[in-house]
Ligand binder design. Structure first.
Ligand SMILES: [Zn+2]
Length: 222
């Protein structure tokens, strides 16, 4: 049990960071990290500043609680099904950050409009269809289907998911989704933003994932 304790604490710390940024309000939102055979997920309905590692729950790949005395987040299926669909991802945050949630109410996807999106998110930030509150498995299936190869998605009339290879990367992805949503709304207020051409989205993502700051990268930029 204790070998996951540090990871649980890191996930709690990241939630507090996202709460301080205004991305998590009340007990809304949740977080997860992959562990062998399943995932660590935040518990249901406890204030973030009251959660301890003992309150965190471990759920199996098939959705059964395998460790913890609290009920897991009601939106555990969102995390479980994204992690199942995306073996390249280790950490998922679901937030209700302001601009991205506002944009989710339009039911539109955000095209790739800035380099931080092509690099950190890697694709469009697609928007799910509406899933009524309480239909947690349906929401998980819809989000896992919609996110595709992207590191961010909008949940229509609800919020955001962002993910990454580490806690730090998933926090960063959450910030980038929110910034991109804000920029997209600014652009749309005065015109229609011009997306980055798809071939550059691919090359910029690849560079950020595998070559940023390496010798290979120097060769490209020189
Ligand atoms: Zn939510």
């Amino acid at each position: 049990m204790s070998d996951t304790r540090e990871l649980k604490q890191q996930l709690i710390d990241a939630c507090l960071q996202l709460q301080a940024m205004g991305y998590l309000v009340g007990t809304y939102g949740n977080a997860s990290a992959r562990v062998p055979g399943g995932l660590i997920v935040t518990p249901s309905r406890i204030d973030y500043d009251a959660i301890t590692p003992d309150d965190m729950v471990i759920v199996s790949d098939s959705g059964q609680v395998i460790e913890g005395h609290r009920p897991p987040s009601s939106e555990t299926s969102v995390h479980r099904l994204i992690l199942r669909a995306r073996p390249d991802i280790q950490v998922v945050f679901h937030t209700h950050s302001l601009y991205a949630t506002a944009l989710s109410c339009l039911g539109e996807s955000i095209p790739v409009i800035v380099e931080e999106q092509s690099q950190v998110i890697g694709a469009e930030i697609r928007c799910t269809n509406y899933v009524p509150a309480g239909q947690h498995l349906a929401l998980g299936e819809e989000v896992a289907r919609t996110i595709g190869d992207s590191n961010g998605a909008l949940l229509r009339n609800h919020g955001v998911v962002a993910c990454g290879r580490s806690i730090a990367e998933a926090v960063f992805a959450s910030q980038v989704v929110e910034r991109v949503a804000q920029m997209y709304l600014m652009c749309r207020a005065v015109g229609q933003p011009i997306p980055i051409p798809p071939e550059y989205v691919t090359s910029e993502r690849e560079r950020w994932l595998y070559r940023y700051g390496t010798e290979a990268d120097k060769a490209i930029s020189s």
